[in-house]
Ligand binder design. Structure first.
Ligand SMILES: Nc1nc2c(c(=O)[nH]1)N[C@H]1C(S)=C(S)[C@@H](COP(=O)(O)OP(=O)(O)OC[C@H]3O[C@@H](n4cnc5c(=O)[nH]c(N)nc54)[C@H](O)[C@@H]3O)O[C@H]1N2
Ligand SMILES: Nc1nc2c(c(=O)[nH]1)N[C@H]1C(S)=C(S)[C@@H](COP(=O)(O)OP(=O)(O)OC[C@H]3O[C@@H](n4cnc5c(=O)[nH]c(N)nc54)[C@H](O)[C@@H]3O)O[C@H]1N2
Ligand code: SF4
Ligand SMILES: [Mo]
Length: 742
């Protein structure tokens, strides 16, 4: 039998054709009929079979008895969670509980729908996530400029003539904040139709190798480079926002701010000649249709928000924002904040509604920066985090000063993890609740379809039934929510779910501008029956969404049933211009110079005069890896080790380090020893280590990964280094020294 299913592993959302015989997967192929991926897949997709059958994947809850994690029944495990969590809450209050939610939640419908329910029930301000070691700077800049958390312009890769890409390597990562299966094919086609691809990266990455031009840049200086391009556009009278002009606020402020960033002033800091910067600005302005796109390298650095902002400033100044072949706004079928309510203006975004206790870092979109998790656990006083819940997160490998966080987790009074492995983080838990195989759940990319280069919708039903003794992840989340609400460990999740769904429907029919405003709650609930769980809410979101059937008011519109009848997905067409309707800023304008951003520009200017570290560390991604958690699959880790330190031969000669020798890399907060791989694909003065490795800790049950342990690069990342505008960690451009080990 062949099942068609969206791959849940990365943002590309490829369609898979999975052939099974009984409970066994016999083949995984790309689904040639998938409306978006047309048969493309990457090697990770094949590993879904091995992930499903991995003997180390947890299948039974674990709870700690006499210091050891032992198998337990679900009822006993939840009873233990209730005891542990409520003891802390009763004694120290709700702020004493923290939560960390990780990246796989963004690829999983159940937490997309129920995580907010759980976090609200927990009632703590101490919520952390992988977002602040990732894309928070882009969410802050886009929120300030356009009005919502996901108002992020997406490069219209299929129609552009010129793509300037900074700090991204989609040939390894398969793209991020740009859902687009087969980026390699799309970039090839861009060049085949006469378009130009320019990649700015301190490494000649796989994507840079495929580009027309690769520009080396010193880590952390993208904002300088981009500002100098803005400067050039103004200086040479190439600013041409075209039809956007009437929707802009702050254009003159940008002109004034850019004065200090002449190409000649930043060239040295960036390591990019002034002529090159001017030429890039001219090319961008001259291209009929162009897009600027930045990702991890531009976000997880000191000036992450400024760089993310300048990316879109350039898109605006060159008239490429919201135009075909430029940077455009997706209109997702479900869960889009910009496809809801009256368009054109809105409440905008607000940060700092509360602050972290120790360092007083502001909240962003309801969460606190991950860089302050360890200190919130370690620092005595009122509101200290004494219990932690982690859900699909591995912060010990993913967040800065990993060694400190590791110690902090060991000191907690209580910790519960919802995860599939006993790994570097979950080994500290008192209770581990196993999420079932990804193939046992329905899949719809509620988050990623908001960031896609086409408007698409695709639902895949579960492939396998739950195994005996497994529990759906949404039920795990609702039982945790019930515990946090004080309803005890034995809540009936169907009852909680009915309550939640009714609330969601009430909110929807009560929202002015909703497509189903004013409708009867009971009528809508009846129309959604007999579905329940995430599928019921998904059906509601689809049906009340911009393409929905609006429960009869728009016959022929989308419903979950329609998606079920289209196993290869539904293509809702290319992106279309959406300004001003997409805007949700209070002014109804594109805010080109938000005050918070303007206030950070002096810091960027001051950095030009700063003495630079001789060596800095950046990260990188490998096609066959996925953050920290797919290293236990032999098909992905066999072959040459990839957790190596890339070092330029010139630096190798200077430091007396030959290929294959072990280097010691030291930063303010830690040191690691890693094998050297000499390569001229990296800039002199820059070294690179991938993140997500270091699987040799005691208590970690990852037998394959342990044999390919690698080192944890986040032992080197400094928790005091952050982008102040977003609270995001600095994971690229970390000052280090490199020497021979031993
Ligand atoms: N130095 C450096 N650090 C980085 C980065 C970098 O570029 N450089 N990148 C950052 C980025 S972009 C990200 S997104 C973060 C990721 O940071 P995290 O989200 O903290 O880490 P992951 O490695 O994605 O770990 C995911 C966890 O979820 C578990 N898991 C997998 N599938 C499921 C499931 O279906 N259900 C449940 N409940 N659990 C599951 C895994 O076992 C693992 O424990 O790392 C960041 N850290
Ligand atoms: N195979 C694979 N795919 C993945 C993941 C994975 O771990 N493995 N992780 C997924 C996740 S969670 C995410 S967020 C995405 C990330 O997707 P991408 O952003 O495409 O991720 P990277 O491949 O890390 O590319 C970042 C690039 O930035 C460069 N860089 C570092 N510092 C700087 C700098 O200061 N300036 C500039 N201009 N460049 C810099 C690095 O050399 C690197 O080539 O990938 C996703 N897809
Ligand atoms: S590119 Fe991403 S979505 Fe596509 S098959 Fe690979 S891991 Fe899955
Ligand atoms: Mo990420």
């Amino acid at each position: 039998m062949t099942h068609f299913r969206t791959c849940p592993l990365c943002e590309a959302t490829c369609g898979l054709a999975i052939t099974t015989r009984g409970a066994e997967i016999t083949a995984i192929r790309g689904d040639a009929d998938d409306v978006f991926s047309h048969g493309f897949i990457c090697p990770k997709a094949y590993a879904l079979k091995d992930l499903d059958t991995d003997p180390d994947r947890l299948r039974t809850p674990l709870d700690r008895r006499s210091g050891r994690l032992e198998p337990a029944s679900w009822d006993d495990a939840f009873a233990e969670v209730e005891r542990g969590l409520m003891a802390v809450i009763d004694t120290h209050g709700r702020q004493a509980v923290g939560a960390y939610v990780g990246n796989p939640n963004a690829h999983n419908l159940a937490p997309m729908v129920y995580m907010p329910v759980f976090l609200r029930a927990l009632g703590t301000h101490n919520v952390f996530s992988a977002s602040t070691v990732d894309q928070m700077p882009k969410q802050v800049s886009a929120g300030l400029m356009f009005g919502t958390v996901l108002s992020i312009p997406i490069p219209d890769v299929d129609r552009t003539d010129y793509l300037l890409m900074l700090g991204a390597n989609p040939l390894a990562s398969n793209g991020s904040l740009m859902t687009a299966p087969d980026m390699k094919g799309r970039l090839r086609r861009l060049r085949a139709r006469g378009g130009r691809l320019v990649v700015v990266d301190p490494r000649r990455s796989r994507t840079a190798q495929e580009a027309d031009e690769h520009v080396f840049i010193r880590p952390g200086t993208d904002a300088h480079l981009l500002f100098a391009m803005v400067h050039t556009l103004f200086e040479e009278r190439r600013v041409a926002p075209g039809q956007l002009a009437e929707h802009l606020a702050g254009l003159e402020d940008v002109r004034a701010l850019a004065r200090d960033f002449a190409p000649e002033r930043v060239a040295d800091a960036c390591g990019v000649p002034a002529d090159t910067i001017r030429r890039l600005a001219r090319e961008l302005a001259a291209a009929p249709r162009a897009a600027v796109y930045g990702r991890i390298g531009t976000c997880t650095q000191e000036f992450g928000t400024l760089a993310s902002w300048l990316v879109d400033v350039l898109n605006v100044l060159t008239g490429n924002l919201d135009r075909e072949g430029g940077a455009m706004f997706t209109k997702a079928a479900a869960g889009s904040k910009t496809a809801h309510g009256p368009g054109g203006r809105g409440r905008g975004v607000q940060f700092g509604r509360w602050k972290s206790r120790v360092r007083e870092l502001p909240e962003f979109y309801g969460e606190l920066p991950a860089v302050c998790l360890a200190e919130e656990i370690e620092t005595p006083g009122d509101g200290r985090i004494r219990a932690l819940v982690t859900i699909a997160g591995n912060p010990v490998l993913s967040t800065p000063n990993a060694a400190r966080l590791d110690r902090a987790l060991a000191s907690l009074e209580f910790m519960v993890s919802v995860d599939i492995y006993l790994n570097e983080t979950t080994r500290h838990a008192d209770v581990v609740l196993p999420a079932p195989s990804t193939l046992t759940r329905g899949h719809y990319d509620l988050a990623l379809y908001n960031l896609a280069i086409r408007n698409v919708a695709h639902y895949s039903p579960p492939l396998f039934p739950l195994a005996d003794g497994e529990m759906e992840e949404w039920r795990i989340l609702l039982r945790l929510a019930a515990i946090a609400m004080g309803q005890g460990a034995h809540a009936d999740t169907d009852v909680v779910d009915d309550f939640v769904a009714t609330q969601v429907v009430q909110r929807e029919v009560g929202a002015s501008g909703s497509a189903i405003a004013g409708r009867d709650v009971a009528e809508i609930m009846a129309a959604l029956a007999p579905r329940r769980g995430p599928e019921r809410i998904l059906d509601l979101l689809l049906r009340s969404g911009p393409y929905g059937d609006h429960f009869g008011a728009n016959p022929g519109g989308l419903t979950l049933a329609v998606l079920e009848a289209h196993p290869h997905g539904i293509d809702l067409g290319p992106l279309v211009p959406r300004i001003p309707e997409v805007l949700r800023t209070p002014s109804g304008k594109i805010e080109l110079a938000p005050p918070a951003i303007v206030a950070d520009v002096p810091r960027l200017r001051d950095a030009l005069a700063r003495v630079r570290s001789e060596m800095v560390l950046v990260g990188r991604r490998h096609l066959r890896s996925n953050n920290s958690w797919m290293h236990n699959l032999d098909v992905l880790v066999k072959g040459r080790p990839t957790c190596t330190l890339h070092l330029h031969p010139v630096d190798g000669a200077r430091l007396g380090l030959a290929d294959g020798e072990t280097a010691r890399v030291t930063s303010r907060v830690g040191a690691v020893d890693a094998p050297v791989e000499l390569t001229d694909a990296i800039m002199p003065g820059v070294v690179s280590l991938p993140h997500g490795w270091g699987h040799d800790q005691p208590g970690v049950v990852l037998r394959v990964a342990r044999a390919h342990a690698g080192v944890n690069s986040n032992v080197l990342a400094d928790e005091l280094a952050l982008d102040p505008l977003s609270g995001n960690a600095v994971l690229n451009g970390i000052p280090v020294t490199v020497a021979r080990a031993g």
